[in-house]
Design a protein around this ligand. Structure first.
Ligand SMILES: *Cc1c(COP(=O)(O)O)cnc(C)c1O
Length: 355
């Protein structure tokens, strides 16, 4: 058997690497993929032998249920390389738990933990050259599951594919963004799928986000679907508000995604003695804080950008600018988290996972 790096995963190596054709200094996020991908099929009520194969197109029936009913979930994580060439993941157990939580909500069968970790480790070893050292460089990892069963009958599938694809990424700088607070549209509702990384949740955001773009905003801050009176998430990130020196962020619920970045920032803040109030955040209190000057910062938190500062927000036809802070919490937390991710700082929480 030629497979010496995994007892579990069957490996077919790419005949040659594409890495020489990639300009690592000019990467557009999410457009280029590594040489290999992980694939595992669910048939006959079982996940079959997991495989790593050359990255390439899938062949699916046009009737595959994912195309019709959007039965699909995903994750987003990153691998980081330190200066001595060691590779790390950040809290991958959280992503593993979350993809199965998302899967449960979408009636997708649970994926085995050993396959997830063995698959990811083996893939990252095979495509290790694609993880470039240097602060801010990373390999974005996208695990996902799709319903492949050929049938347009509207019920859950009995065949699926679990895949992991990887895309090299540079420090992700979108610049400070302006956001529009949602007054009409919602991304999720009570009892819905907002807490799941379910494909359809994102498709439903594109149209309202395009409307916001026409008004000069890059992202939408989603509010609660019932009253639109409470701040919930910013685009595909959790959102924090700094009022004076206190951080405010909404509690997770079935409408709000339980972000790994969010909970890591809360833990760092609490350890450093920065006050964090996890409670429903009223739009009206943020507007009042913007008017009286106590609103110091707004920032999004998520794996792709880590921390994404907001420079202005719009609400009910008014535009509110936020004055850039000297010692911003956004910059501080971004560095604190990245120092842990890149093995540049102690890891008091035990978050780093060596590949
Ligand atoms: C993925 C995601 C986040 C951020 O989660 P992380 O685990 O921090 O990457 C926040 N909100 C939504 C809606 C998301 O899809």
């Amino acid at each position: 058997m030629e497979n010496t790096i995994s007892q579990i995963v069957e490996i077919t190596k790419a005949s040659e690497s594409k890495i020489g054709q990639v300009d690592f200094e000019n990467l557009n996020f999410g457009n280029i993929f590594t040489d290999h991908m992980f694939v595992c099929d669910y048939v006959n009520e079982e996940w079959q032998t997991p495989k790593i194969v050359p990255y390439g197109p899938l062949t699916l029936e046009p009737s595959a249920r994912v195309f019709h009913y959007g039965q699909a979930v995903f994750e987003g994580m990153k691998a980081y390389k330190d200066d001595s060439g060691d590779t790390f993941l950040f809290r991958p157990d959280e992503n593993f738990k979350r993809i199965n939580k998302s899967a449960e909500r979408m009636a997708i069968p649970e994926f085995p933990e050993a396959y997830f970790f063995e698959g990811m480790n083996t893939l990252l070893k095979l495509d290790n050259e694609w993880i470039k050292p240097g602060f801010g460089n990373s390999l974005y990892i996208r695990p996902f599951v799709i319903a492949t069963q050929a049938s347009v009958s509207a019920s859950e599938a009995d065949e699926y594919k679990f895949l992991i694809i990887c895309s090299p990424a540079q420090a992700y700088y979108s610049g400070d963004v302006s956001v529009l607070v949602a007054e009409k549209y919602s991304r999720s509702a009570d009892g819905g799928t907002g807490y799941a990384k379910a494909a359809g949740n994102y498709a439903g955001q594109f149209y309202p986000t395009n409307l916001a773009k026409k008004e000069g905003y890059q992202q939408v801050i989603w509010t609660d679907a019932n009253t639109h009176e409470y701040m919930e998430e910013a685009g595909t990130m959790n959102v924090f508000f700094r009022v004076n020196d206190t951080l405010l962020t909404a509690p997770t619920s079935d409408r709000i995604l339980d972000g790994v970045t969010r909970k890591s920032l809360i833990a760092i803040a609490e350890k450093e003695g920065i006050k964090v109030d996890v409670r429903p955040v009223k739009v009206s209190e943020i507007v009042a804080a913007a008017k009286d000057g106590s609103l110091k910062e707004i920032f999004g938190a998520g794996t792709a950008a880590v921390v994404s500062p907001v420079k202005a927000f719009g609400y009910k036809g008014e535009h509110y600018e936020i004055t850039k802070q000297e010692n911003s919490y956004a910059d501080h937390f971004k560095k604190a988290l990245m120092d842990i991710q890149y093995n540049k700082a102690e890891d008091p929480f035990g978050w780093r996972y060596k590949v």
